[in-house]
Write a protein that binds this ligand. Structure first.
Ligand code: SF4
Ligand code: SF4
Ligand code: SF4
Length: 196
């Protein structure tokens, strides 16, 4: 399970998930234990957790080796389902070990954080959502799609709680006006590990 092996975690946008898989020398897939346990959706339990060659041996137990093309196909399906991409990497040498395409209906770590209201303790990202005020019509659709409750609409005005935004990009898909984009925010102090 992705909570193991004292890895660090960041949330990344879908585009970066594709980049990381595309340059990986070896990709594996294994059953998503959260999805298998929660059964809160009909998603395939073999479409959650992607691992790389430097994953811990115990995490690779039962995993299947797949091509990068097959891994990209899993990512494409995850994008259609509006997943959240959790990237795990070793703390000291920052080597990427695992990429989880999490559904928020089943993911235990995400749901626990939401229940405890302490996202900031465990989650980081170097991206933040930016809304073009000239395009926003205040419909509130993006607030519905944000698992982290970073977006609120009051009296037709949108407010972003930046400390709750982890740059997952789900709100982009939810906005009918194309008003949202992700921007890299250097001050967030997190950078994407480059090696698998
Ligand atoms: S973190 Fe996400 S992909 Fe990984 S086991 Fe949990 S739900 Fe599945
Ligand atoms: S505001 Fe958008 S990018 Fe930020 S956490 Fe919410 S859905 Fe993700
Ligand atoms: S979904 Fe788009 S248009 Fe609607 S409130 Fe959010 S940013 Fe504005």
């Amino acid at each position: 399970m992705c909570e193991s092996n004292s890895n660090d975690r960041i949330i990344i946008p879908a585009a970066q998930a594709f980049e990381i898989v595309g340059r990986a020398s070896q990709v594996y897939v294994r059953e998503c234990p959260c999805r298998a346990l929660a059964q809160n959706c009909s998603r395939d339990i073999w479409e959650g957790c992607l691992l790389f060659e430097n994953a811990a041996p115990e995490d690779l137990q039962g995993a299947r080796s797949i091509s990068t093309a097959a891994a990209s196909a899993i990512l494409k399906a995850a994008v259609e389902r509006n997943s959240v991409y959790n990237l795990f990497y070793t703390h000291d040498d920052r080597i990427v070990t695992e990429l989880c395409n999490c559904c928020t209906c089943c993911c235990r770590p995400l749901r626990r954080m939401k229940e405890a209201g302490n996202y900031r303790v465990q989650l980081r990202s170097e991206y933040v959502a930016v809304t073009d005020a000239a395009l926003c019509v205040g419909c509130g659709a993006c607030a519905e799609s944000c698992f982290f409750e970073a977006r609120q609409v009051e009296d037709g005005a949108l407010h972003l709680l930046e400390q709750r935004c982890f740059g997952c990009g789900r709100c982009i898909e939810g906005c009918p006006e194309g008003a949202i984009r992700l921007e890299r925010e250097v001050g967030r102090g997190v950078s994407i590990p480059s090696s698998t």
